[in-house]
Design a protein around this ligand. Structure first.
Ligand code: G3H
Length: 230
């Protein structure tokens, strides 16, 4: 399993990089679970990481706006992202999700950039699409990776909203369709044994490597610890 760590600035990105993160995922938690950061922050992180690891950019917790999302993806690509992650937050139907993801994949066609469709394990409380539908939608839309995160960052974990069996079904369905997978959402050290059984391609974190409070800063030693445990 690879480790994706979500810094908010260059300093945190260097802690993530030096701690052994495999993907440096630039986001802006002030704007939500998958809040987008500014292009110059993505660019700054890209320059600081010097090609040692790929850069991911969160595009936002989206409502149903395929054109806006496709343009945001294009912008993140111009800023240097190697992965673009869109949160299907206020996206309620399979048709809406398919149109969103098809538009993003089309806008990045011919570029060496991975498209990530992210659903939310707590989809019922935010009235969003069930993430278990994403592997089929993602395959149709031509995305590279499907992901689950929590939509509300209130300390409740993905494991409180989806059972291990649900997550195994999600991962196996996606892998059978040739897609990569990521699981995130207040992952704790105690969740590592379950994640090893589930075997997603990537584990996505922030809070755990900030020492539990995601509003503080990423600590290199916690990234090192997590990396060695997974
Ligand atoms: O993409 C990963 C998320 O930033 C996870 O954040 P979290 O571990 O604080 O829920």
């Amino acid at each position: 399993m690879k480790l994706l760590v979500s810094p908010i600035n260059t300093e945190e990105a260097i802690s993530a990089l030096n701690g052994g993160a495999d993907v440096i995922d630039v986001k802006n938690p002030k704007e939500g679970s998958l809040g987008a950061n500014f292009p110059w922050v993505i660019k700054g992180v890209k320059d600081a990481v010097e090609g040692k690891k790929p850069i991911s950019a969160a595009l936002g917790d989206f409502n149903y706006k395929p054109g806006t999302a496709a343009l945001a993806a294009y912008g993140a690509a111009a800023a240097g992202a190697d992965y673009v992650k869109v949160g299907l937050y206020d996206v309620k139907t399979e048709d809406q999700a398919l149109e969103m993801m098809t538009g993003i994949a089309e806008s990045l066609k011919g570029m060496d950039i991975k498209v990530v469709a992210c659903g939310y394990s707590d989809y019922e409380r935010i009235d969003s699409i069930d993430p278990k539908l994403l592997p089929a939608i993602g395959e149709k839309a031509g995305v590279d990776l499907v992901m689950v995160d929590t939509g509300v960052k209130d300390g409740r974990s993905t494991f409180e909203f989806m059972s291990e069996d649900d997550l195994i079904e999600f991962v196996n369905d996606a892998h059978a369709r040739g897609l990569e997978t990521a699981i995130a959402g207040t992952i704790k050290f105690d969740d590592i044994p379950a994640l090893k059984r589930i075997q997603p391609t990537i584990i996505g974190v922030r809070g755990i490597v900030c020492g539990g409070d995601r509003s503080t800063t990423i600590k290199q030693e916690l990234v090192e610890k997590l990396k060695s445990e997974i």
